[in-house]
Design a protein. Structure first.
Length: 114
């Protein structure tokens, strides 16, 4: 399993970013995927999850209505559209398997300034 998250950056509060994840995963189209994040000094947490066929299985309350997870099985990509960003969204974001995540890799840094 290889996962490469990208698309992070620095934005002001209220801005938007779209994160992408390139997944080298066997049978990708039947694997539920998730976006996770880890803020400084905090534990890694699940932000959103999506089934293999694109059904949303989890959206954290803190991002409900602002973040959208999606996937493109043909391209083996997972996306996280983040709108109305808040300073508390600042974290390193990772994509991984929704069940039994594998190696986390470097993730992509998202920094939201007030």
């Amino acid at each position: 399993v290889q996962l490469q998250a990208s698309g992070g950056g620095s934005v002001q509060a209220g801005g938007s970013l779209r994160l992408s994840c390139a997944a080298s995963v066997r049978a990708f189209s039947i694997i539920a995927m998730g976006w996770y994040r880890q803020a400084p000094g905090k534990q890694r947490e699940l932000v959103a999850g999506i089934t293999g066929n694109g059904d949303i299985i989890y959206i954290d309350d803190s991002v409900m209505g602002r973040f959208t997870i999606s996937r493109d099985n043909a391209e083996k990509m997972v996306y996280l559209q983040m709108n109305r960003l808040k300073p508390e969204d600042t974290a390193v974001y990772y994509c991984n398997l929704y069940v039994q995540p594998r190696d986390w890799g470097q993730g992509t840094q998202v920094t939201v300034s007030s």
